[in-house]
Design a protein around this ligand. Structure first.
Ligand code: NAD
Length: 513
């Protein structure tokens, strides 16, 4: 068997091997292909120390110099776009073309956008004429930021944290997902090549409950930005509370698409196919519930199911592949189990389900594939209409037991669900009814409305309990717009202005003249 690629932690500009390693699997073949450091508190402490030492100089480095370094990093990544895309696809399971079209260009955009934004960032000032005083604000970096990211959009989401954090003068310790660590390790090499000073960005690899938790609980990390499941977000709130840490939490979603009978079905079908199944449905913003107005329900369903059946599932390197492999064997079996639960709860599978129905190339026979699946007939209270299949549910015991050892062990009793490509479709009658039903979940990340009536878009958008509403579109992103969720979907917002604000502490200075 070929030698496995072995990753090292990136601390103070050096690549440091770890004695304990975890095997990471290639989702499209089911074979182990990389060993990831199984870091614990020791490595996290070393990384935080390096970041803390680098902070005084980096925070005072002229903005222009910081921005130039970030531009250089972006240029290097862009020059290796295909190499990064192939690595992201191998690690995560998504088609290579998708990583080359979306993930890696977004890494470049993240670095460039914040490099530009930090140079135009301005503070506020007021004049109190009667009292003879001037007020102004300054935005000061917070310190060492802990950045924890998930496996679905690995380097895309990690750099959406690194870029604003370092642009505004913080130093960082990153903890990427243990399932998708390779591109972060490649990115670390780029940081050295670009000449980023040692200690500004440190990356420790490993498991969440061990390595991630050590970062969350570290007293020298006053600010934590996390993207991942709602269950882990809850853990982070509880475990960072004793330190009064600044938190940004981008969590799970159970997003609805609302399709009215005055929509243009020619736009809606490809729109809902994309929102339901892009990236194997493993996007926090994926549509998992489609509500369709009764008068066009049957027509919509027929067209949607036909389009779903046409999606090619298979080898991520094939340019015709629309759906790659799910992230892991465990996740795949849980998603398939989820479909079984849906059937028990009265669901009807209109298309999709398991690998046995697929004709996969020999090398992919043990990969974690499933067909995009459309389910109808479920009540709103059913499991598949309520739970984020993509996130994870942690048994409450995890939070009840205080011993760190028990906590760590019990965290492995986590019940994972991943939606992969599963969409539930349900009919509705009226606007009033569908608003209540769309809001009837604990999450509030995003929603989409499909209608040719502009007034209806504005009216409904105001009533949906979510952070983003897309009208006749999905995942059209402008980094200048705030992004985040309400309810169990998160705390805070990410975006050009919001992130720069998050990674700084604002100080008001009042000068009497
Ligand atoms: P996850 O919560 O299992 O893991 C996310 C990260 O947190 C990983 O790096 C993991 O190792 C780490 N982690 C796990 N337990 C931890 C702990 N106790 N302490 C500290 N760190 C810990 O989530 P996931 O399965 O990797 O990602 C899927 C979830 O992410 C879904 O719920 C999805 O909706 C959500 N997500 C949200 C957004 C958003 O912007 N709202 C974007 C992408 C993904």
């Amino acid at each position: 068997m070929a030698e496995l690629l072995t990753l090292e932690n990136f601390i103070n500009g050096e690549f440091l091997p770890c004695t304990q390693l975890i095997d990471s699997y290639e989702p499209s073949t089911g074979k182990p292909y990389v060993r990831v450091p199984d870091s614990d508190k020791t490595e996290v402490d070393a990384a935080v120390k390096a970041a803390k030492n680098a902070f005084p100089i980096w925070s005072k480095t002229p903005v222009k110099e910081r921005a130039n370094l970030m531009m250089k990093i972006a240029d290097i990544v862009e020059s290796r776009l295909q190499q990064f895309a192939e690595a992201e696809s191998k690690d995560q399971g998504k088609p290579i073309w998708l990583a080359a079209l979306v993930d890696i260009p977004r890494v470049v955009l993240n670095m460039r956008s914040f490099a530009i934004a930090i140079q135009t960032d301005v503070n506020r000032s007021t004049v109190l004429h009667e009292q003879g005083a001037v007020n102004y604000t300054t935005s000061n970096p917070v310190g060492v930021a802990g950045l924890i990211s998930p496996w679905n959009l690995p380097l895309y989401l990690l750099t959406f944290k690194i870029a604003p954090a370092i642009a505004s003068g913080n130093t960082v310790v990153c903890k990427p997902s243990e399932m998708t660590s390779v591109t972060a390790w490649m990115f670390a090499k780029v940081l050295n090549e670009a000449g980023l000073p040692p200690g500004v960005v440190n990356i420790v690899f490993g498991l969440g409950p061990k390595c991630g938790a050590a970062l969350v609980q570290h007293p020298d990390v006053p600010i934590v930005s996390f993207t991942g499941s709602t269950a882990t977000g809850q853990y982070i709130i509880e475990n960072s509370a004793p330190y009064f840490k600044k938190l940004s939490l981008e969590l799970g979603g159970k997003n609805a698409a609302i399709v009215f009978d005055d929509c243009d079905l020619a736009k809606v079908i490809p729109g809902c196919i994309r929102s339901g199944f892009a990236n194997q449905g493993e996007v926090c913003l994926s549509t998992s519930r489609i509500f369709v107005q009764r008068s066009i329900y049957e027509t919509f369903l027929e067209k949607f199911v036909t389009a779903t059946k046409n999606l090619k599932v298979g080898n991520p390197s094939d340019k015709d592949t629309k759906i790659g492999a799910l992230i892991s064997k465990e996740h795949l079996s849980k998603v398939l189990n989820y479909v079984k639960i849906a059937c028990k709860e009265g669901g009807i599978i209109k298309c999709g389900h398991g690998k046995d129905l697929m004709d996969l190339p020999e090398e992919n026979k043990n990969g974690y594939f499933m067909l995009p699946t459309v389910i109808t007939g479920l009540k709103d209270e059913s499991t598949c209409m309520q739970e984020e299949i993509f996130g994870k549910i942690v048994f409450n015991i995890y939070y009840w037991i205080n011993s760190p050892v028990t906590k760590f062990l019990v965290s492995y009793l986590v019940l994972y669900f991943t939606s992969g490509p599963v969409v539930c479709v349900s009919p509705f009658e009226t606007e009033e009814e569908v608003i209540v039903r769309a809001n009837n979940v604990k999450y509030g990340l995003c929603a989409s409305i499909w209608s040719e009536n502009v007034g209806r878009h504005h009216r409904i958008a105001q009533q949906l309990e979510v952070g983003t509403v897309w009208c006749n579109s999905w995942l059209l992103r402008d980094l200048k717009m705030p992004f985040g969720g309400v309810k169990a979907s998160g705390l805070g917002r990410e975006g050009i202005f919001e992130s720069l604000e998050f990674y700084t502490n604002t100080k008001t200075v009042c000068v009497k003249y």
